[in-house]
Design a protein around this ligand. Sequence first.
Ligand SMILES: [Zn+2]
Length: 365
Amino acid sequence: MRKTLRAVLAAVALCGMALAANAPAPDFKLEKLGEGVWAAIGSDSGKAGANAGFVVGEDGVAVIDTFEDPGAAKDLLAEIRKITPLPIRFVVNTHYHLDHVNGNDVFAAAGATILAQRNVRAWMRTENLKWWGDKIKPEVKARVESLQLPDVVYDQGVDLYLGSRKIEVRSYPGHTGGDSIVYVQDAGVVFCGDLFWNRHIPNLIDATTKAWIPTLDTLVGYGAGKFVPGHGEPGTALDMKAFQQYLMDLRAEVAHAQSAGTREDALVQAVLPQMQAKYDSWGYFKEFAKSNIQQTAEELAGTKRRPQPAESATSATPTVPYLPLKVRLGEKAPDFSLPATDGSMVRLSAFQGHPVLLDIYEGFW
Ligand SMILES: [Zn+2]
C-alpha cells in the first residue's frame, strides 16, 4: 500500500514539476464561499494534489495551503491577482504533508509570511521523504530538503488580522499531530486541511483516529455553514459527521477482527468487504482503504509509528532542577517534602538551595 501511495504522490509531484512552466489552465477550480473567501479545489489526480484557499481582507490576503506543486501555486497566485491587487500577507500550512506545502516558496517570493503549528516546521523537510522510501531520486530529495519552511510557528494557534477581518488559526490532533484549521467567523467558513476529507478515504499514515474523532465534534461545534476539506468538495456539518462515521466504522471493524484473533493480511481481507460495502464510492478508496485498515490495526495494537513532536517552548530544558516525583492521586503529601522515585524524601522549598519543578502533579495537597 505504501508503494501505491508513494507512486501516486510521486507521479503527481514529478509531473507537476515538469509541466509547471507551461501549464495551460489552472489544475483546480475556484469556489467563492463568502465575501472574499475562496476555496481552490484540486482534482483527485491533478498536479495541485489537494485543496487550498484564500481570504481577502481590508489590507491583504491570507492563503491556506500551497498545493503539491509550485506550478499550481503560481496558478493560484495568478488567480488571486485577478481578484485583488492587495499583498499576500500570510500563508497558513494546515500540516506538513507535501501536497499542502510544496508551493510555499512561490508565496514567500511574493512576500508572504508563512505560519504553521510547530511540528510542521520540524517535519516538513524530513517526514516528507518517506513517500518515496529508499528509491527517492536525488532531485526529489533535494526539493523536499529545501522546502520553504514556516517563518512563524505556534503550539495551539494564532489570530491573524487582515485589517479588521479576523482569522482564527487553531491546532487540533488527529491527522498528523501538527494540523491546524483556519476559521473565518464573519463568513461562517472553516478551512479544515486534512482534518476533513469529504467523501474521500483519508491518509492515516501519521494519524491517531482516537484523537481525530473528538476533534471532528469540536470542528462541527464551530457552527460554520461551510467546511473546506483537504480533499474533496466543500461540505457541511453533515459531511463532517459522515467522515467521522467512517473513522468510527473503521475502528469498530478493525477491533472486531482483532478480537476474533485475525492479524495482518487476514485482518485486511476480513475488514475490507465491510468497508467496501459502505464506502466504495468514496475517492481514494483503492489508494487508501487497505492501508487505513493496516494502520488502524497498528494504532489499536499500540505499535503504530508516529512522527516525534518538536520540543515546544514550554517543554524546553528548565534552568532549575527538574525532579520526577511520583505522588499518588488523593494522597496528602507531607509538609514541605515529597517522596522522590528513589524513595528518598525531597524538600520542595529547598533542594540543594534551588526551587523544584514537579514532573507529575496529580492530586492535591
Ligand atoms: Zn492532503
